[in-house]
Design a protein around this ligand. Structure first.
Ligand code: AMP
Ligand code: ZN
Ligand code: FE
Ligand code: FE
Length: 282
């Protein structure tokens, strides 16, 4: 029984809609998924109401992924079970999405100066919703024939260090952890292995993150062991997920269900949440 706890939908920069993801996960025999779109919880209500209409046992976990930065390194914080009506976190995510629009505008401007044909209309069209990410810009260029793949656009133009790269405003990990916790959620450090600096991982643990995403497609066996040790030593939760974005969206991106947690681990997460909520209500 696999629960894939890291999945992106069209609400952010994934290729499949929340409904398509759930239908596919059920079809594949997964036990559950967490929807963890970047900076938005827009896909969650749709996912929940779609799942209600299915007559199968399937676990859906609401989540979000917040990209933060520390020492010039990307640190992604996953927030599970947040209250999706809490104004503070909704407002902060809305700010981030606004900043993303400003940044997308700047990237498009740079691309035009480099001689590429692209408009914000095309980018908005490939985004569908109000979250604009670099993948949408890349998709627009593939769609209008200016490039042959998303990967190519990143490598030539919009990856960090390339000529049309524009950084965007990011929270600090501490801010993101606080946002998640204040909204009643569980804060987890996503793919610690991608940070490639375990001192930062230790720092994030000290900041009060409640678990590590131990199981991740790009983690080696050694890395999984190492992060599991940190989890045990600090009595944290372990999570796992594929970071699925849909086929062909980002080159060799992982498949749905290619990483996750089992029933035993998911139960620990639910028990932890229940215990914490009981404490709060006392
Ligand atoms: P953004 O949040 O707009 O900065 O875009 C980050 C997203 O772009 C990540 O979540 C990935 O999905 C995607 N991405 C980052 N680097 C690459 C790359 N080299 N090739 C393809 N997709 C990438
Ligand atoms: Zn993404
Ligand atoms: Fe991430
Ligand atoms: Fe992700």
């Amino acid at each position: 029984m696999i629960y894939d706890m890291h999945v992106h939908s069209t609400a952010s920069d994934g290729i499949l809609s929340p409904q398509e993801i759930i239908a596919k996960a059920i079809d594949m025999g997964l036990a559950g998924i967490a929807l963890t779109d970047h900076d938005t919880v827009d896909g969650i209500a749709t996912a929940v109401s779609f799942l209600k209409k299915q007559s199968v046992e399937f676990t859906f976990i609401p989540g979000v992924e917040l990209n933060t930065e520390v020492d010039n390194k990307e640190v992604h914080i996953l927030g599970y079970f947040i209250d999706i009506t809490q104004q503070e976190i909704l407002q902060k995510m809305a700010e981030i999405r606004q900043q993303r629009k400003v940044r997308a505008d700047k990237i498009v401007c740079k691309l035009k100066n480099l001689g590429l044909k692209i408009t914000m209309d095309e980018v908005n069209k490939s985004a569908g919703g109000d979250l604009l990410g670099r993948p949408h810009i890349a998709q627009a260029l593939v769609h209008n024939g200016e490039a042959s793949s998303v990967e190519e656009v990143f490598e030539k133009y919009i990856a960090k260090g390339r000529p049309a790269y524009v950084p965007r405003y990011k929270f600090t990990p501490l801010e993101a952890i606080a946002m998640v916790k204040n909204a009643g959620g569980i804060a987890i450090l996503a793919h610690p292995g991608l940070i490639r600096d375990d001192r930062i991982v230790e720092n994030i643990v000290e900041m009060g993150v409640e678990g590590l995403e131990v199981n991740y497609p790009e983690h080696s066996m050694e890395e999984k062991q190492k992060y599991l040790e940190i989890v045990r030593k600090n009595q944290l939760l372990m999570t796992g997920g594929s970071d699925f974005h849909g086929y062909g969206s980002t080159g060799g991106r992982s498949l749905l269900g290619s990483a996750g947690v089992n029933e035993y681990e998911i139960k620990k997460i639910f028990d932890y949440l229940e215990e914490r909520n009981n404490k709060k209500n006392k």
